[in-house]
Write a protein that binds this ligand. Structure first.
Ligand SMILES: Cc1ncc(COP(=O)(O)O)c(C=O)c1O
Length: 478
């Protein structure tokens, strides 16, 4: 018998015990999260000051590590999973997603190629095809035709990949070959997410070649202004190559008119990407599918189950109508990745659909969520969130001290106190410092505006009612 090798690894027995303790800790956390101050009160440097200057020279007991999560880490957590979290857009978690994530970590798969774990690729393709039906998306996004879906880490990456494919399609793949001197231009509304500008910078178009198109009184892109800007550019010798429309802007949940924008893009042969990062999830319910009117004219589309569909960060579903354009734009095949499956042409290698080479098994958590809730369960909670937001909008309308600052088509309500910016800032600061809820702001028509975003997994009627009660009480103190 060879002597046993020295090992510092956790034994299976220890792993079982500590694993159960961690799952128990998370379950207890969800039971008490409602009572914790939503916005972390930590001061800059506070968390680091509580950590030892040097790493441990010898391993420590697991219980001690978990105790420090409670003692050191928790005070520095802003509780995105609190039902009183109404800030930004949600970044939801749910028990089935967490368990799927745990299993993904346990399998430790790196799914860059079909061959490096066929199930990682095929489950992803399959679940993304399911979602085409679940959201009523155009069939051209199905993998069974010329298109297909892939999970990206974020909507920002999806937009960047779409832009790179658009850039290459517009130039006959010339920028990939010899760099960029093509005078390409891109278009999005003045309300679009900052990730569009970031993508334009990374893709080498230059920020000055991104046109921020004006919006109407509902903060939605004006199609005629888009057409004008594209035609002006073309006359000046530039090459319009990419438009990003938004279904549910970050500031105010504005819905760009995708059908009109799509017609303009088709006429001019320009790539249309539709960013529905948060609001796309609403299309689970047939009554909200109006948000995707005209989507059949888009070349690509994305939405984030990691926002409103109860799936842990990170999980963005990105669809293209013509996967060849994307793959040709991003594929590089070194010798060490060659394999018979790739060569056969019968499989997807998702490394060619994204920026990094390596990829996690993200489809597991999405599959767990869809199977746990079923379409019915997902629809129920999404519908309920919209209902609660609409109820809140009604309360704002009925209180003469307040006004709605934008239409509230779904689950985001933009509102303000009529007392002006200073009053709204005082209101916001008072509410957030109380720890009882967390709201964030934007500026609409150059006025400070408060946003109440209803979409956290555990948010129920009583949380929204309490939020309104607290807002009213704070307003009375102004
Ligand atoms: C409309 C929209 N697009 C893109 C993003 C960026 O999302 P991600 O963090 O997935 O890149 C957001 C984030 O809130 C968003 O609201």
């Amino acid at each position: 018998m060879p002597p046993e090798e020295k090992s510092f690894h956790m034994t299976s027995e220890e792993f079982r015990r500590h694993g159960r303790a961690v799952v128990d800790w998370i379950a207890d956390y969800y039971d008490r999260v409602e009572s914790l101050p939503v916005l972390s009160p930590a001061k800059p440097g506070q968390i680091r000051a509580a950590l030892p200057a040097a790493p441990p020279a010898t391993g420590e007991p697991f219980d001690a590590i978990l105790r420090d999560v409670e003692r050191v880490i928790l005070p520095g957590i802003t509780h995105w999973q609190s039902p009183n979290f109404f800030a930004y857009f949600p970044a939801n978690a749910s028990p089935p997603a967490i368990l799927g994530e745990l299993l993904s970590a346990g399998l430790g798969v790196q799914g860059m190629l079909w061959a490096t774990s066929p199930a990682c690729t095929e489950l992803e393709t399959h679940v993304l095809d399911w979602l085409v039906g679940m959201l009523g998306l155009p069939e051209k996004f199905l993998s069974t035709g010329a298109g297909g879906g892939v999970i990206q880490d974020t909507a920002s990456s999806a937009t960047l990949c779409a832009l790179l494919a658009a850039r290459e399609r517009a130039t006959g793949f010339a920028v990939n070959r010899r760099g960029g001197d093509a005078h390409l231009t891109a278009y999005t509304s003045s309300q679009a997410h900052s990730s569009v500008e970031k993508a334009v910078k990374i893709a080498g178009l230059g920020r000055e070649n991104l046109r921020l198109i004006e919006v109407d009184d509902k903060f939605a892109l004006r199609p005629e202004a888009l057409a004008r800007a594209m035609d002006d550019d073309r006359r000046a010798g530039r090459v319009p190559c990419f438009v990003c429309a938004t279904v549910g802007t970050t500031s105010s949940n504005a819905l760009d008119p995708v059908a009109e924008i799509g017609a303009i893009c088709k006429e001019r042969g320009v790539w249309l990407h539709v960013d529905a990062a948060m609001s796309g999830t609403a299309a689970l319910c047939p009554e909200f599918r109006f948000i995707h009117r005209g989507l059949e004219l888009a070349d690509s589309y994305c939405f984030n189950p990691h926002k409103w569909m109860f799936t842990n960060f990170d999980c963005d579903c990105f669809y293209v109508a013509d996967r060849r354009a994307l793959i040709e734009a991003l594929s590089v095949l070194p010798e060490y990745l060659r394999n018979p499956a790739t060569e056969s042409g019968a499989v997807f290698d998702y490394r060619d659909w994204q920026i990094p080479l390596g990829r996690r098994f993200r489809a597991l958590k999405l599959w767990f969520v869809i199977r746990h809730y079923g379409v019915e369960g997902l629809q129920h909670h999404v519908r309920r969130h919209v209902e609660l937001a609409q109820q809140f909008a009604g309360w704002v309308r009925a209180d003469e001290r307040f006004e709605l600052a934008a239409p509230a088509p779904l689950n985001l309500v933009c509102f303000r106190h009529r007392g002006g910016d200073a009053a709204n800032q005082t209101l916001l600061d008072g509410l957030n410092q109380s720890g009882a809820l967390y709201l964030t702001h934007t500026r609409l028509n150059d006025k400070l505006t408060l946003r109440l975003s209803v979409g956290q997994t555990r948010t129920e009627a009583r949380h929204v009612a309490r939020a309104w009660h607290l807002i009213q009480a704070e307003a009375s103190r102004l």
